[in-house]
Design a protein around this ligand. Sequence first.
Ligand code: SF4
Length: 237
Amino acid sequence: MDVKDLVVFRKTSLVDYPGKVAAALFFRGCNLRCPWCQNRELALASDTPDQTFISPDEALRHIEKRRAVLGGMVLSGGEPTLYHELPALIARIKALGLLVKLDTNGMAPHVLETLFGQRETTPDYIALDLKLAPVRYAVLGAKNPTARLKESAALIHAAGVDHEFRSLALPHGFFTDNDVEALAPLVDDAPWFFRLFQPGNCLDPTWDEFPAAQKEDGARLAQKAGQLGKRVGGEAT
Ligand code: SF4
């Protein structure tokens, strides 16, 4: 079994799918290396005694038993678009009568295009992460990020799928008004959420030494997005 065919399964989540009781699958492996990432083991696909990895098939068996109490299923990571059987998995979950939310960093627009190609593989909700101004994605190890992000955002918009944008307020002004400005053209009328960085188990341990981002940091970025005519999603948390 390929290492990316293993997931962490969360049986119930009240926070991962807006307005739904959902279960969540977190896929191993990622095509970015955000130093502040707190899904360290997932991003690196490394072994950890704290997490139980199971196969997507096994997770689906659990989901099938619990579908009466679930409203949706969240596919997150790591980066779920790296999982080559993602279209089939989405179709299987939707066939159980569950809605599917996909969390993605937008680095694989060709996968989104494939998913949107058929109704049964189209997610019902997408959260697209916007991490830094596209030209700064090189520090995350991204290749050709500007074109990829632009294409992903355009595909999501054209598909007419419910969606949101998510950014993280980072300490020491690492994510600034300039980043908001550079990302703004990718953001349509869907909500843009600004969450707050917290240190702890970061992919780059030096980030664990940084202070948590403050509410004012998130509010300032949200204000900038608002000034640019964007719809800011709720309070920064
Ligand atoms: S924060 Fe997300 S995109 Fe960045 S390394 Fe972690 S899992 Fe990958």
